[in-house]
Ligand binder design. Structure first.
Ligand code: FDA
Length: 499
């Protein structure tokens, strides 16, 4: 702890409070090797860091997390929690604003405990999506869990924001399948679903990470999966009809049988259609020739495999299926800078507009868009049942991605293209997905005394959650963390009313 102290005094906190915080951690039972200066612990992503944490606390049990919160509160050091470190704005380990904070890293808390008979599992927040999928399929190849595509995403942040993937249409978001959770709250207490109460349990299932305490573990419902699933990856150029295909895909994909998800990726003036079908090729091919004959899927395009293999296959863009042990690799292959934005589409974009959209992917610095269809189970759940409101009436989600190699500013392409898309996507508000974190859509204004204003946060909050859900989140925050201890540039502010 002493060496951490020497290396870690932040200009934003006094040496006294940092030192007291570190002594408090030691007194709380944290071995010195688990409290290290920032930089000596592995950083998942290279990021343009503005303010660095005073140290990283690698928790190996719940009491370490509780000690970090209690010591942080006592000595005015805030905590940012990191599970998989995949936050697109790096809010789990950097602060855009001057603030004294420590990172609690949950990477060592990553057990997955499966109850086959009950078809449930407890998964710790530090596990990755790949580790969860692998553990479930190895315990029972007839079971699976609906989550995002990238295997290195951390469960803690992913579940906190929703969790969209290739089985969302059949089984809903990850959070639609969360049954219980264990949280360390802003008072350092360990709470399960019953102890935290209805609103708090509602808020942690999609209300955004870093708001309502530190979730240590989640109990999830596992879903039934056939032993054989089928997949295809079909790429079409503009000359091969990409514009017509994407135009048709918009209404078709959300209305297909729930067992079939086809997502569309547009890049370099080409459209890639990636499908997961929870059944065999024999079952899939007649559906494709009756519903989407223009795509021309043939037997040669269709591949059968296990669901576990399909997660690797789809994430790799149709190249890799084995070894499935690759899913246990926690290192991301994304070695570049990235900027992401998101939209929801409720009314299909016309062919004439797509003809204007496609040339954007030929421009200098062009990125890609990934479009994920909704409908099915995700639309059968009411907007207010979880904080994730983008359900009935949504055709698909768009994720904008831009990649670049150096530390220069974000390329203009992504922001210009996002501006261009405004008339084609949802409005009032223009909706966004909190897991595709985007500080461009607004940041909290922190007024004197460290209080975040509710009014200022509505500008981004209602885009992510809708007006009613955002208000409920803020009221819940007012109940469970009235002093706004867990905060970041886009955290839900506490709203306290006398009514
Ligand atoms: P990280 O640890 O950075 O945390 C993200 C946020 O949650 C931070 O604010 C953090 O403080 C907070 N947090 C983390 N752990 C917490 C905990 N235990 N309790 C409370 N708060 C916690 N999404 C999707 O839905 N579908 C997809 O297919 C993909 N694909 C994808 C690919 C790649 C390459 C990236 C980088 C991201 C995605 N995402 C995604 C987005 C992903 O779901 C989102 O970034 C998650 O928040 C990442 O969770 P991590 O735990 O990895 O992030």
């Amino acid at each position: 702890v002493c060496c951490c102290y020497a290396a870690a005094v932040s200009p934003l906190s006094s040496a006294d409070s940092t030192g007291d915080f570190l002594k408090c951690l030691a007194a709380g039972g944290l071995p010195s090797q688990l409290v290290v200066p920032w930089g000596s612990s592995s950083s998942v992503f290279t990021s343009i860091r503005t303010v660095q944490p005073i140290c990283v606390v690698t928790a190996t049990n719940a009491s370490h997390v509780q000690a970090a919160v209690l010591c942080g509160r006592r000595y005015n050091i805030r905590i940012r929690v990191r599970s998989g470190g995949h936050d697109y704005e790096g809010l789990s380990y950097r602060s855009v604003r001057p603030e004294a904070f420590a990172v609690v890293d949950l990477a060592s808390l990553r057990a997955v405990r499966i109850n086959r008979r009950a078809a449930t599992a407890w998964v710790d927040s530090g596990a990755t999506v790949g580790e969860l999928s692998y553990a479930v399929a190895k315990a029972d190849p007839g079971l699976a869990f609906p989550a995002g595509l990238c295997p290195t995403i951390g469960i803690g942040g992913h579940f906190s924001g929703g969790g969209i993937g290739m089985m969302t249409r059949k089984y809903g978001l990850s959070v639609d399948n969360v049954l219980d959770a264990v949280v360390v709250d802003a008072n350092g207490r360990l709470l399960d679903k019953k102890a935290m109460g209805r609103d708090h349990f509602w808020a942690i299932r999609g209300g955004g990470g870093g708001n309502f305490g530190i979730v240590l573990s989640w109990k999830v419902r596992l879903v039934a999966i056939p032993r054989t699933v089928s997949v295809f990856n079909i790429r079409k150029t503009i000359d091969q009809g990409a514009v017509d295909l994407v135009t048709k895909w918009q209404m078709l994909a959300p209305a297909l049988p729930d067992e079939l998800t086809i997502r569309a990726v547009v890049q370099s003036k080409q459209a890639l259609f990636q499908a997961l079908h929870l059944g065999t090729c024999n079952q899939l091919l007649p559906v494709m020739s009756s519903k989407f004959p223009e795509l021309g899927v043939t037997r040669a395009d269709c591949r059968e495999m296990s669901w576990l293999e399909s997660t690797l296959y789809i994430n790799s863009g149709g190249t890799v299926t084995t070894p499935v042990e690759d899913l246990l690799n926690r290192t991301t292959s994304l070695g570049v800078f990235t900027k992401n934005k998101s939209d929801y589409v409720k009314k299909a974009i016309s062919k004439a507009s797509w003809e204007k959209i496609f040339p954007w992917f030929d421009a200098a610095g062009a990125g890609i868009i990934i479009m994920e269809p909704q409908g099915g189970r995700v639309a059968a759940i009411a907007d207010g049942d979880t904080p994730y409101p983008h359900r009935v009436g949504v055709l698909y989600n768009i994720q904008y991605m831009s990649f670049w190699m150096d530390t220069a500013a974000v390329p203009d392409w992504i922001r210009n293209f996002y501006r261009f898309m405004e008339p084609h996507v949802s409005s009032n508000p223009r909706a966004a997905y909190v897991n595709y974190r985007d500080l461009d859509i607004g940041e909290n204004a922190v007024v004197l005394g460290g209080v975040t204003s509710y009014e200022s946060s509505r500008v981004w909050g209602e885009k992510y959650f809708g007006a009613a859900n955002f208000r409920r989140l803020a009221l819940t925050k007012g109940k469970v963390d009235a002093s706004n201890y867990f905060r970041n540039e886009q955290s839900v502010p506490p709203l306290v009313t006398t009514k």
